[in-house]
Each structure stands twice: as structure tokens, then as C-alpha cells.
Design a protein around this ligand. Sequence first.
Ligand code: ZN
Length: 673
Amino acid sequence: MATAAMLIGACSPKEAAEENKSWSVDRFADIEVLRYEVPCFEQLSLQQKSLVYYLTEAAQWGRDILWDQNCKYNLGIRFICEQVYLNYNGDKEDAQWKAFEQYMKQIWFANGIHHHYSNAKFIPGFTQEWLEGQIEQLDSETQAGIAIVLFGNKDIDKAIFDPDFMNIKVNQADGVDLIATSACNFYEGLTQNEVEAYYNKLKDPKDPHPVMFGLNSKLVKEDGKIVEKVWKEGGMYGEYIQKITENLEKAMQYAENDQQRLVIEKLIAYYRSGDLKDFDDYSIEWVKDLNSKVDFINGYIESYNDPLGMRGSWEAMVNFKDSANTARTEVISDNAQWFEDHSPVDPRFRKPVVKGVTAKVITAAILAGDSYPATPIGINLPNSNWIRAEHGSKSVSIDNITAAYDAAAAGNGFAEEFMWSQEEIERVKKFGHYTDNVHTDLHECLGHASGQLLPGVDPDAMKSYGSTLEEARADIFALYYMADPKLVELGVMPDAEAYKAAYYQQMMNGLMTQLMRILPGDNIEEAHMRNRALIAYWTLERAAKDAAADGTEPALCFANREGKTFVKINDYAKLREYFAELLGELQRIKSEGDYEAGRALVETYAVKVNPELHNEVLARYAKLDIAPYKGFVNPRYELVQTEEGTITDVKIVYGSESYVEQMLRYGREYSFK
Ligand code: ZN
């Protein structure tokens, strides 16, 4: 079991965060680019650092594969635009240039000419004449290079300027040919019916271990015949894949153990054969590798960019286990029985034997391919259903990425706009990221696992209210225990006051600020949002009732200042007593299957929205001008070598390049175009 000193580690992201003021690197259109830290990288062994280094190199080399997968014009457009961008000598205040610069930044961010989230094509704010005029001013060698690109991409001008041509990357609409109407580059010369017929013939419904057909190939019709162009060494994207396998081979020399070496070996074998059975073999070994500190993803993984959901977009991420945060989830899990035995619910509803779940926390070292610059905050792989069923899966959360989001949000004005006083702002700044994580751990590792049904009670008794009530039960379990001295004693909470940050955020969110995600006139529908409203509005009413009875200040209330509404907490200890009461009631409802009481709680507190408060929140939020989408620049890794080439260290470098510089360097160093 871990000790308290290990839990609040010396290189936790929060402390790294405080040293560095600026997390925002660039801002354009609907995007904000942030940077992230890689805490504890320095504490890795030289072998682990070397392994990370070569895995990050392997991760960078797939970038152009993804660009080409996203649309066949992407690499050509990037080449032309980068030439113009690099050689422009005109007025940087010119409206045409400014529109061009924004377009360039947008296509870098989206890995192509379609928005990474909405899939819609970017509409340039500069004219075709302007771009052609810029190309004419380039030197003859660059112009010759562009002429070659234009010759190979006949409709490239339409791809940039015609709003109706290839206007959506992935079309999901009903009743049309999804392949003909999607701009992604996974099929050529084929109708949707032909593709479906082709794979229906290959699929054997009785096969218990089916491969993921089409995951690593483009399907084309050549001379009337359907051909799968496999993405492998010696096949399509072969030169890039060779660079990937070269670096994987180097990485293999620094593997931490035999299992990890086997994982890398299997991945190389798959990149060489292109055989999807080899991919399954690799995935099975990858799931089994639980002891290595360093881990990685590299390949064709998620299929959201294919309208038929078959082709995998190229993606990579290198990471290592966040020992301090994972130790915390282990401590919580190891003490699951204590929490269950002390839970403020009727003893009949407690589990005699409870087993906590351990969540793994990782630190990302590099983001690449479809995980860059926009990235997920959790990973749950592999995607093959039968491998998940027979061999399991790995599910992790990426703490240094969420830490960067939180640190960047600290400067966006949100806290100052919506929190009651400097006291709450300071406390959330100091503890907010940490208490968020502990709240999630308690919710996931203990909350859902706690409690039992009385004999004969139907587990589905709550029907459509079930998920809201279950999320509320897990959340209130977490909230109740966050203030327990036991957590400080175990070293899970850093300070006896820290829980107040979580209490304030939870109440503010549930009573007010989560409304910014709802359209005017709509009710609250999503289960997690309903759960937060339920807890907050139930507690608000409970506090008002006590205050009215004994004439004191309510523990929780709305307060007004200069025409703005705020949430105010006057008595945190009292709040915890209310949470204990609500936990007892939510557990009773579940254990007894009391549908009517459950329905009444949800309908009374969790669904309806006060339209005046809603409009106020929306208006105040809009003024903050917070970018809806965020992504990241990577740090750089540099080998330190002796004259003979022996690696003596791997250095991590932050902040040495801007977003634009990083994009241009990736284009220079990891591209054959
Ligand atoms: Zn949950």
C-alpha cells in the first residue's frame, strides 16, 4: 500500500502547473491551442526515457497518413499553403492575409480542410485570385513544385474554394450514398452498396474471432475489379510505415520487459504483413502488458472518420503510468470496506463485502495522428469486441491533459465571473484539479460499487430514472466522503479544507453554470447533468427549510450582487450533513426499489430550468468568449549523446516553439511531400 508522501507526489501536475503561467499558446476561429506538461518524465530511468524517445519518433511519422486519410487533397493543399505562408512578404495587416493565416491554422489543427469536430469544410475568407497572385510571386523552383502538386490534384482549387465540393468529411445522413457524399479518402470508384456487398461476402457470421475487416486499407475499383490497398510496409503509405517500424525497432532495444518487447515485435510484424490477424495478436499481447511503466498506441484505431465505420484513422500516443495518482486510486480501493461500513445509510442497505475498482491514471508524453492537436482525456481499447470479452481491455485517464485544461481555464475569467468571492476562487485554484480527480476516483472506485438491494428487489425498478438516480447516488457518496478526515489520514486529500473547493464547484455547477450547455427553452436531459441538479436543488431547498425554522442563515443559498446571481455557501459542515441525509434516501430508494420516490426526486429537482437564471448564465458566459474547442502543442524530446553515439540522457523541452513553428517543423521533419 502506498504512503501519504507518495500520494501527493513531488512532481504532481498541479505543482508543475503553478510554475508556468501561460498555458495558452494560440487562439484563432473557434480554437484555443494549449500546451501541457509531462510531470515526472525526469524521474524515468534512462532506459525508459530512451524507450519513450523512439516511441515518440514512431508516433510522429504517421502524421501524413492521417492527412491523406481525411481527404485526398489535404497534403497538396497543405504543401501549397505552407509555401505561400513561408514566403509571404506583404502587409501582415491585410485582410486577405489575415484570412489566409486563419485558414492555414485551421487546416493544421484539423489535419485537413474539414473541421475536426463538425466535419464541415472550412470556407476560406481569402479569394482564389489572391492565392494565385501569391503563388505567382514565389521563386521558380517553388512554383515548379506547386505545378507538380496541381497536376496530380486536378480539382484542388475546387477543394479549397467551391463550398459545394467535398463539403463534408463524414456524412451520416439518411437515404444517400454515404461514400459518394463523404470527402474522406477511404474508397474510390465504388458505391456504398458495392462496398457492403464486398465485405458481406468476406464476413463469416459464425466466426467467434472475426478480424476488423477494412481497418487498414483503402478500397478501390481498378479496371472493373475491387482491390484492397493495404496500408503496410511495401504497400500504401509504405515509406511512412517504414519510418514507423524503424523507430519501433529502436524502441524495442529499450523495452522494460519481455512482454513489452513482444508487444512491439507484434506491432512491427503487423505493419509488415498488413494482416489483420496479426493486429489481433498484437492487441491481445498489448492488453496483457500491465506491468510496464511506459505504454503506447500506434496504428489505425478509431473508425469515426469512415461513414461505414470500418477504416481506422491513424493515431498515436505515448504515455507512462502516473504512479502517484494511480497509488491514490489503489488506496481508495484498498479501503473500500471501511467506507462501506461507515456510510450514512441504513445498515441493511450496506454491502457486507465490497470490492473497490482501481482506476489507472497515465501521463501523456506525446500526442500524434488523430489524437493531435485535439485529444481525448481517456482511452479504452482495444475496439475488437471478442478481444475485449476474452482478454479484457485497458481503460485509463490522462491526468496531465486534464491538468492543462484546468490550468488554462483558471485564466479564462470563468471563476471571476461566477464565483462568489476571492476565497472560493483561491481555494478552487489551489485544490480544484486535485479534488476533481479525487471526486472522480470516489465516484468510480467506490460510489457505484457501494450498497445492496434488499432481497427480491428488481435492479431495473427505477426504469427511465435509473441512470440519473444511480449517478446521483455515486456522486453524493463521493461528496459525503470528500469531507471525511479519513481521506486526509489516508493521504488521499492534501488538506482538511480542500473538500470545500469540490463542494463549491459542485453546487455552483448544479445550481447555475451547467445551464450554459443547454439551449434556451430546453429541459435538462442528460443523466449526469440531471444528477448534479438533483443534488444541488434538493440541498438548496433543505437548507432553506432549516433556516426558516430556526431563523439562521441557510447553509446554501443564491445571493445577488450588482444584478448578478451567485451561489453562496455559509456552512460547509452543515452541507455535509444534508449530503449524508440525501445519500441515505437515495440508497433507500435503490435498495427498496421505491420507484415513486425516485421519480419524484428527479421530476422535482433535476429536470426543469428557471428561464430567467438560464438566460442570465448564457449571457454572462457568452461575454467571456471562451473557445469551444481546444487542442495542444507537444513538448520536444532531444537525445543527449556521447561522440560515439551512446545515449546519456533524453531532455524534454517546453515552450521552444509556437503552434505555427511546431506545425511547420512537423511538415519539414516527418514528411516526404
Ligand atoms: Zn458514474
